[in-house]
Ligand binder design. Structure first.
Ligand SMILES: Nc1ncnc2c1ncn2[C@@H]1O[C@H](COP(=O)(O)O)[C@@H](OP(=O)(O)O)[C@H]1O
Ligand SMILES: [Mg+2]
Ligand SMILES: [Mg+2]
Ligand SMILES: [Mg+2]
Length: 410
């Protein structure tokens, strides 16, 4: 068929049309690429606002550490409320150890944040809700606390998943920390209040969370609301008054395996700026300062004293409850943490050590049992193959272990 000249396209017109079309395609591809990049960057910045985007790669476990820090920070708001404003009534557990509304509330808040962000992970937590299911009044009191506790920073609160929806879901959340632990998979070890006796006495306590992957601790976060922000300040034996509340207390410690340990003030807004922490370098072990527990039932204080004497240590021990001991030596406020068994057959719990073990090792220390073996977090809910704990600067660990073996005749 022959086309009339009116239907035929002029070649210069056709090439103009092709040029416009190709420019349109290039421009729209560019716009699309830029908008996808911006979108994923803003999603990332929501999750990891502390990251610099100049970093070529994002270090692994940064997100886990960030969520752990926020969750611990929020739980500390609740424990502080109980510490300063509420009667710290106790309930006795089957093993006669105390538990408070603060322990249950902090556990509920932290597990709900973990469930929101890492729904497939397992959780080994200290507390369970059977007492609360049998005591409606107590359960209602904890629920009032839990639903009213949120971070001041709405974006951070949103990342944690916002408030729980009902009292029943709170009880179920508390009970979901019942994993048996073990050598495989991602398992969070949670101690909602470590040093409950210190908490009740108005002394030191810690909110502790560690992530164990295939038996190895990868992330640790510990909130110590009553430790001074200034690591060189004296540690108050009791902080149960409003004056000390205003006096610069509250520290958040954390570590990622292979990436060092840090601390920052435990403020309630977005996470404050952090700084690296490290153990003090001690030229001679006789210059070291011991950190020890307060409760005689939890470690053999006579044995600790004999070890100190054998090492020529004369400085008095710093005594404080909870994993605040690990944190203290990790920032150079003390050098050696000894926890020699007071009861022969007691098995240490993984939630009492996971986060602290990593923070000390990442700050340049070594943590072992009294035989010099690394703590083994792959054996279930307890450190079934370890006895006692010895944490010291790497360079002096062997010397301390030898003194322990001499004193205990191992
Ligand atoms: N006989 C014992 N030996 C060692 N630790 C014990 C113990 N009985 C209880 N504990 C643990 O000691 C922890 C407190 O340690 P510390 O004495 O260093 O503050 C308690 O944690 P909770 O307070 O979380 O229950 C508890 O798990
Ligand atoms: Mg307890
Ligand atoms: Mg504990
Ligand atoms: Mg506890």
């Amino acid at each position: 068929m022959k086309l009339s000249s009116a239907h035929r396209t002029d070649p210069s017109q056709r090439s103009y049309f092709l040029r416009v079309l190709s420019r349109f395609v290039v421009c729209s591809t560019l716009i699309l690429a830029v908008s996808v990049a911006l979108k994923s960057r803003s999603r990332l910045s929501l999750l990891l606002p502390h990251l610099s985007y100049n970093q070529p790669t994002i270090m692994s476990y940064q997100q886990e550490r960030y969520i752990a820090e926020l969750a611990v920070q929020r739980a500390c708001l609740l424990t502080q409320k109980v510490f300063f404003e509420k009667a710290k009534g106790t309930i006795s557990k089957d093993d006669k150890s105390p538990v408070t509304i603060g322990d249950f509330g902090a556990q509920a808040l932290i597990i709900s944040a973990l469930r929101k962000n890492f729904p497939n992970d397992e959780i080994v937590a200290e507390e369970e809700a059977s007492t609360l299911r049998a005591d409606k009044e107590l359960s209602a009191e904890i629920w009032r606390l839990v639903k009213d506790t949120h971070l001041e920073d709405a974006e951070s609160e949103n990342i944690l998943g916002g408030p729980l929806t009902s009292e029943q879901s709170m009880l179920d959340i508390i009970d979901s920390g019942n994993s048996a632990g073990g050598p495989k998979g991602r398992i969070w070890a949670l101690d909602p209040i470590d040093g409950t006796k210190g908490f009740l006495r108005g002394g030191q306590y810690a909110v502790c969370l560690g992530l164990i992957v295939d038996g190895d601790v990868k992330v640790g976060a510990i909130g110590t609301p009553n430790l001074p922000v200034d690591g060189s300040a004296p540690i108050a034996a009791s902080t149960g008054d409003q004056h000390s509340k205003a006096a610069g207390n509250g520290v958040l410690f954390s570590a990622i395996l292979g990436a060092g340990a840090i601390s920052r003030p435990l403020a309630s807004g977005p996470l404050a700026a952090s700084k690296p922490i490290s153990m003090r370098s001690v030229a001679n072990i006789s210059d070291a300062v011991f950190c020890e527990g307060v409760e005689a039932a939890h470690s053999a204080q006579g044995d600790n004293a004999a070890v100190a004497q054998l090492l020529g240590i004369t400085a008095p021990s710093v005594r404080l409850d909870s994993q605040a001991k690990y944190c203290s030596i990790a920032r150079g406020a003390g050098d050696v943490y000894l926890r020699l068994p007071a009861k022969k057959d007691y098995q240490e719990k993984i939630w009492d050590h996971a986060a602290g073990d990593l923070i000390v090792r990442e700050a340049g220390g070594q943590v072992t049992d009294m035989h010099g073996n690394r703590l083994d977090f792959s054996k279930g809910r307890t450190l079934a193959v370890n006895k006692g704990v010895v944490a010291a600067p790497k360079a002096h660990q062997e010397q301390v272990i030898n003194a322990v073996k001499t004193v205990l005749k191992l």
